[in-house]
Design a protein around this ligand. Sequence first.
Ligand code: T4K
Length: 358
Amino acid sequence: MRSIFVTSPRLPNLLKLSLNLAQILRSRQYTNDGKFTRKLETALQERWGAKHVISMANGTLPILALLGLLPKGSKVLTTPFTFAATTSSIVYSGCFPIYCDVESDSGVVSLQSVRRILALEKVDALLFTHVYGIPCPVDELENISLEYGIPLFFDAAHAFDVEYEGGSVLKRGTASTLSFHATKIFSTGEGGALVTDDPDIAAAARRFRNFGLQDGALTEVGINAKMAELPAALGLANLNGVSKEIRRRLRLVQKYKHLLSDTNLRFIDSPNGSYIPIIFPTEAALLEAVRDLNNVGVYPRRYFFPSLNELHFLNPQDLERSPNSDSLSKTVLCLPSGRNVNNRVIRIITKTLLGAKW
Ligand code: T4K
């Protein structure tokens, strides 16, 4: 069997992509707010009913753009069960991460933990991840954001097309960020975006991604975070297939669940199938299963390991421990969901898991 990785990108509409590429090459405009990046931004705005979608070169840059709005030294309440980019961006921006714990069954932020920390410490902003696309408790967090007068940012890297209370979850809070990396359900190769209804944040993000330039004049410190035309063209050729891809992945989950129903593995349900996470009873069981899967050429991934509060270079300031994040980071494994995962591959994976000695 060919190696099976945790994911693989869906192929774009090749005819559409070739036509897009030909246009870009003929126009000789490769970047700097070109036709295809603008077209992609408009398509995404319409898709989610969002006022502003600002494309960027990857999904880390929009987080940096938001944190750059805070004074240096700000304290940002966040969770340790997420990809390194969420916390690294806080540290990189000269701010301090303060961790609260997550829910034990989903990995999204625990409201009780947020409340406990806020009673102990003054924080300047909230940054929470919709882990595996599962919406955070958005309503309650918006109330907390209002009550404390602090911005609420969502790292929505996994939450493409996720709905919350009848609308896109990306429109909630002060702003959300997305990743369009090759491993995501919608991909531009590398890419990302900031989504907000706030015109001032949108304008600041546009200046941030273009060296701090506004209308040709340098107004502040910025960097180069622009998405180029080629990734935007790839995204536009991918966009029509995303809903189908989400449905395909959700069907895969049902098959995995069915074949593993007699085990004590617990599934975490991702609303858009961006990941297929399962929770093992112990870390030893997970490691055993990974070894057995690797032996048959299957490479699942430990998203997210370790719990980020354990990394000293990320300046952890734990006001309380994060037992649920610690436990999930040790016991969650994401199963393959890529295009090459067919019925035969699922049977091999589930048979291997069933046969493992854990
Ligand atoms: N916030 C959150 C919550 C995030 O999860 C992420 C990124 C970010 C922020 C930052 O967004 P970006 O700046 O990355 O846009 C991956 C991705 O690099 C990263 O985007 C993602 N989250 C993270 C969870 O996972 P790796 O190190 O696991 O990727 P890699 O290269 O090992 O790829 C995994 C598998 O995917 C490979 O075994 C094969 C397959 N693959 C990979 C690539 C790159 C392909 O089939 N094609 C490809 O081009 O980090």
